[in-house]
Each structure stands twice: as structure tokens, then as C-alpha cells.
Design a binder for this molecule. Sequence first.
Ligand code: URA
Length: 415
Amino acid sequence: NKKRLKGELSKDEIDYVISSFMGGEIKDYQMSALLMAITINGMSFDETLYLTDSMLRSGKILDLSSINGIVVDKHSTGGIGDKVTLILAPLLASLNIKVLKMSGRGLGYTGGTIDKLESIEGFNVNLKETDFINQVNEINLAISSAFEIDQADKKIYALRDATSTVSSIPLIASSIMSKKLASNADIIVIDVKVGNGALLENKNDALKLAQYLVDIGKYYNKKVYCVFTNMSSPLGMSVGNKLEVIESINCLKGENIKDLMEVVYSIASLIVSKVKNISLVEAFNLCYQNIENKKAYFKFLEFVKRQGGKIESLKCNAKVMKVESLYSGYITKIDALKIGKLSYLLGAGRKNKEDSIDYDVGIVLLKKIGDYVNQNDILGNIYYNDTVISPKEFLSCFEIEDKKVKDEIILGLKM
Ligand code: URA
């Protein structure tokens, strides 16, 4: 009621809500009402900080004291075709930077790193805590699904997903930071996606979120850096679990998918410059070198093998439908949200947490914004199994015009 009347909640009140919700005295419908009141009336920075703190204390906090060196964690607010972690993490690890990441499964249109990794036969996403930490010490990199940290986020996120309260900035900030603080890395980089395929559609909201993230980090003595990246069109060429792993491997082998590698290099250079205390240019050169000499690729192979994955059996088992352009001209738009929805319809995404997904299906774009296409050129390939979408639906994602437009991918930085 206090939040409905636009009041400011105290630390005790927020602690009470979270502990009672976790204990079962506050029911889902009451929590949902509060989440909606927060979504409509907002939260001050202090309230967001208190909420983060309560959520953080609802689960385990990792003890990383046995890891030698600076530990880095990266998070994305979620987007279509976002496979940055799969390239960035081994790249950093190949430069002797420790990367520890707990990831989630995808829900709705956006994919999750855990699903992508699980599309590799045998890959174990459920590491034990001791193995997780040992692996980071031994090969600089481990990615696991989140164990026992931040129990409140799991419960609250499920309600948010079902009550249209996911896009609230204080709720996003507390959800991300409570998880990241529980993972306990020294440097936290957050890729804040902006655009119609992201939770936040405009840069002002993204800036507001980033300010909360950075300020919460300061309170806990953690370095938080935010990179704003464009999510109006899908990132890279492919959308779908296995297809994205294959694209990531190709990039690790040196293929330059421009928008995707720009995001990878921007984030990687920033982290490397901070960890090694060198300039951004020097850091970029180190990153570039380790893609060129394939050290990042070999690190990826080592990481997959270490977690039980059989990379040699990675192959997309789906039927392929090619879709041709009806017009000639420059591509000026590829609607990220629509592509995400189509990929979801094909079976690449899940509606509910328990749903199973088809790892093999998805979409591969053959053209990107700024490319010229002739009538009958192939715009993309649809990989399908049980459900197929119509070419018309796929074509409706594109806008083709006479004039070329520039597509900016990196929209800014906040630290
Ligand atoms: N990512 C998260 O971890 N939480 C949110 O609420 C939104 C994006």
C-alpha cells in the first residue's frame, strides 16, 4: 500500500518483504502487487540498494579467496543473437584473465548462454562449487548455471515474467546486481542492450539503469562498467542455440562478423585495459592478436572439453529453407524483436522455465543492415524441424530502401 501511494520503503520494510516472501508468509499475489506498484511508481536509489542487499542475502555468496588474481564477470541484459559471452570469455581467459560466470537459461525470445552451451553434446552446465572455482584457477574460465545464489531473484523473476514487470529499472538493477554481487567477481561488466529487441528501448532508460548498476557496485567496493550496445537488429548473423555456437566458433577462428566482433572487442579491450593497467589501444591489440593466433579458439576448445562437451559432434540437424528478397535495395532495418519471436516459434526458445527447446532450429541472416540486395538474393536461411514459419513472416522483419543507412552498434560507455 505504501508503494502504491508512491511512498519510499525503508530498509526494514524491504528486508521484511523479501524474507517473508522467501518464507512463504507473503504470497505470490501479494508480491506481484508490490512488483507492479514498483514498476508503476519506481524506486529511489536507496530503495533499490536495500532491495539488492536483501536479495543478495537470500542465497549463498561465493567465496573466491582461493582464486589467485583479478576475477571478471560479464552480464548482458539480454538480446537476440547475443552470443558475446561465448567469444569474449575464452578470449579473456587466453590472455590470462580469470573469468567466472554463472549464467541462466533463456526465457521468451532471448536466449541464454546455458542453453547455447548445452546444445554441445555432453556439456555439463551444473558444476559443483569447488569444481567451478578449481577450474577457474586451472584454465582461467568456467561457466555454470547459477547454484544456490540469490534464491529471491529466481522466485521474483518468475513472477515478473508472468506479470509484465520485467522492464522496471529498479527491479532490473536489483536482479542483476544481487546475482553479480553473489558471484563476487572483482570486475563486473554489464552489456546494457538498447533497442526493440531489448528490455529497454531507449538510451535514457539504459543510462538510468547503468547509473544504478555502477552506484550499487561502488557501495560494495566492486568495479562495474556498463557498455551500451544496439539491439534494434539481431547481433551477428545467427539466432538459435546451436547456430549461435557455430557462429561463435567461426569468430574465434578469425571470421569477422562485424557487429558481433565490435561488441566483443569493445568489452574485451575495456576489461583487459583495466586488469592489465594498459591503454585501450594496447588492450585491443592484445585481444586482436589472440583471435588471429587462435589462442582464444584453443582456450574455447579446452574449456568445452573440460566441461565434458564433445565439440566434434556439433552439427545442426534441421531442414533448411532459403528465403529470397522480393526487392532490390539497401537493407535499412532487420527487426530484432520479430526475428526473436520467429526463432521462438521455430522452437529455439521456451515459454515456461520447464519447457524443452530444440537446439538445432533458428535463423541465419545472410544480409545485414547497410548491405545491398538484388531481387531474388537470399536474405536468410530458416532452420526448422517440427514447426516452420512462412517466408512472408521472415520477409516482414526486413525493410529495404533506396538509401543506405549506417548501423551503429556501440552506443556508449559508463564507468
Ligand atoms: N537480466 C537479469 O538478470 N535480470 C533482469 O531483471 C533483467 C535482465
